[in-house]
Design a protein around this ligand. Sequence first.
Ligand SMILES: Nc1ncnc2c1ncn2[C@@H]1O[C@H](COP(=O)(O)OP(=O)(O)OP(=O)(O)O)[C@@H](O)[C@H]1O
Ligand SMILES: [Mg+2]
Length: 1007
Amino acid sequence: MFFLNSPYNRRERERNAKCIIDMKGPTTIITDPSDNDEKKFAFDYSYWSHDGSKEQADGYYGPDPSHPNGKKFCDQKRVFEDIGVGILKNAWEGYNTTLFAYGQTGSGKSWSIVGYGINKGVVPMFCEQIFKGIDEKKKAGEKTEFEIMFSMLEIYNEQVRDLLDSKPPKRGGLKVRQHPKKGFYADGLQITPVSSYSEIEDKMEEGTTNRTVASTNMNATSSRAHTIVGMTFIQKFINAAGEETTKSALINLVDLAGSERADSTGATGDRLKEGAAINQSLSCLGNVISALADRSNGKNTRVPFRDSCLTKLLKNALGGNSKTIMIAAVSPADINYDESLSTLRYADRAKQIKTTASVNEDPTEKLIRELQEENEKLKAMLGGNVKMEVMKDDDEDLSDEELAKLKQEMEEEYKSRLETNAKEMEEMHKTFEERLAEAHKHGGGQHLAEILEKKKKMPYLSNLNMDPQLSGHIVLFIEKPEVTIGNSKGSCDIMLKGPSIVENHAIIREDKGAFSIEPSEANVRLMRNGKLVTNKTELKYNDRLIFGTTQYFVFINPKDKSAKDAPTVNFEMAQEEIAKKSGFDVTSENKTRDEALLKEDIVELMPAVEECNSISEELDKKMKFELMVVSAEARGELKGRTEVMVRVVNLETKHEWIWPREKFMNRKFLMQEMYQNFLEGEEWDLPKERDPFSEDYEAEFHIGSVKIWLQSLAYHIEIKEQLDITDFKGQEVGLLNVELIPCDKKGKEYTEKDDVFVNSPDELKGKDVNFVVKILSARGLPSQFTDIYLKYLVYHEDKYTCSNPIKNTINPDWNHKRVVNFTKADDELLKYLSESAIMVQIWGKQKPPKTKKSINTKQAILSDALRKGQTSAANTNTKVFDSDKVKYMMKVAMLEKRQQQMQNKIDALNRMLELADQHSKKKISTQLIKNIYHAPTHDQAEKCLKLVEKEKDVGNDEDDTEFEAAVLGKDQPDRKRGKSGNSSRSSSSMSSRSGRNSKSSSFCVVL
Ligand SMILES: Nc1ncnc2c1ncn2[C@@H]1O[C@H](COP(=O)(O)OP(=O)(O)OP(=O)(O)O)[C@@H](O)[C@H]1O
Ligand SMILES: [Mg+2]
């Protein structure tokens, strides 16, 4: 088990991301950026490659001795010394070995397995070394024959594809079959003999190019594919007993798909989620690893190898005859904390798995005999002479139906194995040289070296792919002064596949060394540097071109003088400029973690939305998609980060829906599949319930939300307000009439007359807080909704309180009322009341379609987008509405009320003073003052004021003198303190008040 961290990518550097990974010896330490909590994980090795390196003149990243982390830094050579050398040893000894790389997209899996350019990863270095070893042995006169077979496959969406086959893959891909001895294998996979390292390099290039073409043409996201490079190393020699012996080692190098980002919103709630199975293989691998780890710890758990193609093909590697190494790669940036921690945990589990490997060494004779015997047996089984064997694991409990299906699969499998075995036997009789010669004859294809030469002289378009590993593998040379580009229906010089690419799409022209591009017809989707191209436009070095919505290229003219200093353009830059031109703020500088995540989402989703629009156009699906940036508040949530969502509009009925990112990505995946079937001339349309474009208009729709601030309740003041209802886009869509009223335990509302307000929320501490939430009605809601209801959560509740739904009105009257009781308010509750709110969400259903207007999707979407000259964005700014407005409105209302209450009291005291003057009163008792001060109503105050005149001057002279002295600073004779007045308690019902005033209760006021 190895652990590796990668350097920051450009965005992370620009953002000044915080590094949350550290490594000490073999231990990896991760720090939670929110609370600095550290977690430690021990592995066989932990490799630091985040910093401390220097790019050498030839482009190789080596340790930088002048950097404080120079010693800590592990370059590719170091990694190879630890991992690769071990694999080499295994190969020579005849052990099967598997190396797989796990980690989040962009974390450095491909970097370590394959590498980039001169920074070669384990695979190329291993290949180089094994051929070096063979040459040395041959030179030393060893008689052993050496054979190396190479294969390369990809698993995408549960389909296995031979990457050495340039033909478009068969539907359903290669079958994964099971051999009783060899285990699972991909049936029909080309396994080619190779005789030198450069041949392997060519094969890898061929495989990667095929992968790139498939990924670009099918709009597949390559980081969701798993790549397995397989090499069989065979040594044939005469053993001590004089028998011809075959020693073989199978080496599997697995570059896994990027682990998906755990979405903060969690479940998508999409009914089509199951169908999408975006990465069944990866989640299944997780289950297999967990089960195997449990087994290693003595639990008898079933291991679900059969649940995915990947786990079938890796069965031997994980649970059988193989020495297995896992590299887990993490990004060190704080933004990726969740993913990095999950990778560490994954690796920690995988660490517990133990495999048992044995040397694969047998007399050749025996191998041939076994093959013959197996063939006889297969023939007999297929002929019905022998009972068909069903291969299943001992611990597998299959139903009759499953068993029958398995039997049928077995029959097919036996037939195919018979053929393979026959071929294998034939091959065994040929020498390796004969097989090599045959492979070369069929191989063909342009060699890497030739293409590299041509690239130095001729201008070309070089593809950009989301996976940097796949960028630059499609090279379209501009070989003539006029090169036409279009889809495969026509006869253009360059043919591209993809949504919105038309028969005659664009022309690239050269005129005296200057290049230009022009759309071949009006209204085509052609972008140059993020901007729509509508007429002849100059084409310069490094210009980004997008044909349709999925074919990204960069124009390179090696003769251009500016070429020398030009930076390397990548896919992300091309995506960013689209988002930027559409008005989204995607700058990287000084972003918080949440902002950075949002930016990543925008950059990822903007082109995806475009792509779905263009598929919708081509399939005339009447649906339009728009990207939206939505704050937690606009989503009707109290907390959470600002996220991207997709607004979906049915262009005919005008119904609309809002999809969360994950749901949209699921649907996009299914739309791509549908489009692929369409392109291939297959049955492509699907019934409504499985159509990714279809959405039920009756699905509940979140019309808008209102935040009711609770601050007034922290002062025990009632509030009655009409508040704006705002929708996802932050626009006002109606008004909500709400009341929050303090009440007693049973819900009896306090009125102003009860005078229950407090001066500070602290006074409520330890007391019961009860209030009534009244949501009476909404006014002026959009007319397309019916069955409108509201729902909300209070404090820590997790179950929504809902009102009844009201049909067919834009002014629903719910008269909703709910009593909320809290006993013994603590600081947390008081903080909630003082600083937080109840978020009321208004939901409804859309009304059935009226008469449908027949439209053409393409015209409807395109005319709009082209007019704007930009892509589809529903809103580009989260601050469309001022979310603080409601808060301040409510605060002002509350303060006004408090002010009014205070004013009443001051008025009453002023009246008291006037009356005292009128009646030449010298003293008034504290009790009476209190009663006046705390009188809950005006009448009550008046009653008390009448007592001013009637009250006898209380207290004795001694007290008076004493008090006068204290207040007026007169000399005070030394007298014995008399009994103070009385220690009366407030008559107010609010006990809090007695506490507050108790200090003054033994005094009376001298006037
Ligand atoms: N240790 C490293 N040193 C220098 N650059 C690195 C290192 N690790 C990764 N990178 C760079 O980071 C980028 C992403 O790395 P890589 O392609 O290996 O990611 P990945 O894990 O294979 O992602 P995906 O799941 O998308 O295939 C590449 O441009 C690569 O050059
Ligand atoms: Mg990769």
